[in-house]
Design a protein around this ligand. Structure first.
Ligand SMILES: NC(=O)C1=CN([C@@H]2O[C@H](COP(=O)(O)OP(=O)(O)OC[C@H]3O[C@@H](n4cnc5c(N)ncnc54)[C@H](OP(=O)(O)O)[C@@H]3O)[C@@H](O)[C@H]2O)C=CC1
Ligand SMILES: C[C@H]1O[C@H](OP(=O)(O)OP(=O)(O)OC[C@H]2O[C@@H](n3cnc4c(=O)[nH]c(N)nc43)[C@H](O)[C@@H]2O)[C@@H](O)[C@@H](O)C1=O
Length: 318
């Protein structure tokens, strides 16, 4: 990849898109094209066609999507299915029409069957029923992956697909209802520590296991795959290690200095019991994660992004 190649990063204001932009800039890529969703709604077929005709990018990184945690996925089911189907269909079709040299599509570990054998290998896709809380999102992501495969098979398009585990890092969403577990716990425990609250409520039973990858590691993995991988097979991206939600809550309590009680709200869904990714394909391609969970969380809690996000939340609630 030449450093003056024109790269469209879709979703650059999001957590993953932001990390991709930072990583690409650090690697010397200067010709980045970005649009906010207000400037370009990727669900709009005609607008996406006009954009590609005007910009003619060489590479496309598709990090724009409707994204959220277990509650958002379960509540806004139509939006998660419709928005994601439209965004990816429009971007993939125009990337094909305009002869984009390579496209990277981001799926998710939730595309695999709810009770898949662990760790989850890429070939377990479509071998069993999905987790109901995020079935619409998973169906959309599976359709995206299959569309990449189909463009490659029918037209020879170099569309590659990456399936990340649960991510965290700068640019995360700290909304208490719609976010993923890690940002939610960081906020709940740090607020409880500051206000000396006697209890923090964690959703579900605390027994589900989750794997967490720092978003800067994911961005690095994506650049590695852009440079070194042209295959049809999807590639899992994770650390190969997971922990229970109870262990995660204990870790976040320790890091935020919270010493009160942790209670579990059994009325909230657990979701998938476990979704540890088998990352041997990615390791075989020469990439491994660098940022462990404790170090990654310490980095988040001392970052300018965290201070900004928590100040914005404090201002909005006073
Ligand atoms: N977060 C996670 O834990 C995981 C994420 N992923 C995948 O990574 C990708 C990025 O996720 P993440 O960065 O966390 O998500 P974010 O919610 O942080 O960012 C999503 C971005 O998508 C853009 N977007 C949403 N709808 C539209 C639209 N209609 N038109 C144009 N742009 C739109 C938004 O743009 P704007 O800000 O301009 O409105 C936003 O910046 C997704 O494909 C997701 O499935 C996969 C596994 C785990
Ligand atoms: C990345 C992935 O993210 C989603 O799947 P998920 O991993 O189930 O999502 P989550 O991070 O929101 O929850 C993980 C676990 O944690 C528990 N939990 C405890 N306390 C809080 C809490 O306060 N908030 C949240 N959100 N969860 C909590 C929660 O009950 C669950 O057991 C997919 O929908 C899909 O979008 C996807 O691809």
């Amino acid at each position: 990849m030449e450093t003056d190649a024109k790269i469209y990063v879709a979703g650059h204001r999001g957590m993953v898109g932001g990390a991709l932009v930072r990583r690409l800039r650090r690697a010397g890529f200067t010709n980045l094209v970005v649009r906010t969703s207000t400037e370009l709604d990727l669900r709009n077929q005609a607008a996406v066609a006009d954009f590609f005709a005007e910009e003619q990018p060489d590479y496309v990184l598709l990090a724009a999507a409707k994204v959220g945690g277990i509650q958002a996925n379960s509540t806004y089911r139509a939006d998660f299915l419709y928005d994601n189907l439209m965004i990816q269909s429009n971007v993939l079709q125009q990337s094909h029409r305009h002869g984009v040299r390579k496209l990277l599509f981001l799926g998710s570990s939730c595309i695999y069957p709810k009770l898949a054998p662990q760790p989850i290998r890429e070939e377990y896709l479509l071998t069993g029923p999905l987790e109901p809380t995020n079935e619409p999102y998973a169906i959309a992501k599976i359709a995206g992956l299959k569309l990449c495969e189909a463009y490659r098979a029918q037209h020879g398009s170099n569309f590659i697909t990456v399936m990340p585990t649960n991510l965290y890092g700068p640019g995360d969403n700290y909304d208490l209802e719609n976010s993923h577990v890690l940002p939610a716990l960081l906020r709940k425990f740090s607020e409880a520590a500051a206000q000396r609250l006697p209890q923090v409520t964690v959703w579900g039973t605390g027994t589900p296991r989750r794997e967490f990858l720092h978003v800067d590691d994911l961005a690095d993995a994506c650049l590695h795959l852009l440079r070194h991988y042209d295959g049809a097979l999807p590639v899992n991206a994770g650390t190969g290690r997971d922990i229970t939600i109870q262990e995660l809550a204990d870790l976040v309590a320790e890091l935020t200095g919270y010493t009160g009680e942790v209670v579990f709200d059994f009325a909230r869904p657990d979701g998938t019991p476990r979704k540890l990714l088998d990352v041997s394909r990615l390791h075989g391609l020469g990439w491994r994660h660098r940022i462990g969970l404790r170090a990654g969380l310490e980095q988040v809690l001392t970052s300018a992004d965290w201070l900004q996000a928590t100040q914005a939340v404090a201002t909005a609630t006073t």
